[in-house]
Design a protein around this ligand. Structure first.
Ligand code: FAD
Length: 268
């Protein structure tokens, strides 16, 4: 529960409301994590919020991508290079990408949902030969809302089939327009041997997961990352509780088979 201090080494404005921070531990000890985990992140003296780790698990630096949606994230995004942030964690479950070895891995991301999935993709790339096909389907609101556009191209050139789609195109957007669900049926994977990793707005998770089941992917081979309001991050306060599940400790990455009956429960 004791926060550690990290200094901001880089700050990159990704989109109009989202920025990526590269953080270095002041005590010199790298924060070891598994793809899919999150930290409780905050500026000194202000609130902390759960933010997924979006960096490379093999790097000693900690990377977070933050979208400005309210009070705490707005304050967080005021942090500039040289400022100090407080970090608790890492917490929660991971994607366990390695369970897809020998078969196909299908990553489906919506909006900021690509951030928690980025470490999984980097892990896939590091062991690309262990998997038959690796596919990333990414839906964003508009071309300029796409995260990490340069990396998406780099992933393509390294053996990952990356397909992007936007809700609203622009005259210079050469790609597809529509919802990410429309890419699922054409994804070059064999549903019977696919591990699917899904993150995005809850409504997107619901539709994507149902479509994947319809296509023949087993519900326990679909992993989703749930985002619920959290306070403690360690299973004490109950803010993120969904019936018997604590999203912070049982999740955030959960099999769709466990989440399907709960996903319609609204947050209070
Ligand atoms: C495990 C986990 C990982 C997350 N990873 C990231 C990440 O990598 N990057 C990122 O930008 N955000 C991430 N979030 C969401 C982030 O924690 C919330 O956006 C943040 O807590 C909102 O706090 P606020 O004070 O800025 O906004 P508030 O003023 O509290 O809320 C503003 C709006 O955002 C909604 N909101 C608040 N908390 C959440 C939440 N947890 N999920 C969805 N909507 C919420 C509120 O209902 C409200 O509509 C993650 C959340 C969880 C639980």
């Amino acid at each position: 529960m004791q926060p550690r201090r990290f200094v901001v080494r880089q700050r990159r404005q990704d989109t109009s409301d989202t920025a990526t921070y590269v953080l270095e531990p002041l005590d010199g000890r790298p924060l070891l994590f598994t793809p899919g985990q999150f930290t409780m992140l905050g500026r000194l003296g202000t609130g902390e919020v759960p933010i997924s780790i979006s960096g490379d698990p093999a790097s000693p630096l900690l990377v977070h991508t933050v979208r400005d949606v309210g009070g705490a994230t707005h304050l967080l995004l005021q942090a500039q290079v040289g400022d100090v942030l407080e970090v608790r964690g890492p917490y929660g479950t991971g994607w366990r990408v390695g369970d897809g070895r020998g078969g196909d891995v299908l990553v489906v991301a919506g909006g900021i949902g690509l951030a928690p999935l980025r470490p999984a993709v980097l892990d896939l790339l590091a062991h690309r030969d262990d998997y038959r096909s690796a596919v990333v389907l990414y839906g964003a609101r508009s071309p300029t809302d796409r995260l990490y556009p340069d990396e998406l191209e780099a992933w393509s050139s390294r053996g990952v089939d990356v397909q992007s789609i936007v809700d609203h195109g622009t005259p210079d957007w050469p790609g597809r327009v529509g919802l990410v669900t429309s890419l699922l049926a054409g994804a070059p994977v064999d549903p019977a041997s696919t591990l699917a990793l899904v993150c995005g707005p809850e409504v997107m998770i619901r539709y994507v997961s149902r479509s994947l089941v319809d296509l023949g992917v087993a519900p326990d081979r679909i992993r989703v990352s749930m985002e619920r309001n959290m306070k403690c991050g360690v299973g004490l306060c109950g803010h993120c509780q969904l019936r018997g599940l604590f999203v912070c400790t049982d999740g955030p990455v959960l099999p769709y088979s466990a989440v399907a009956p709960l996903i319609a429960i609204r947050e209070v």
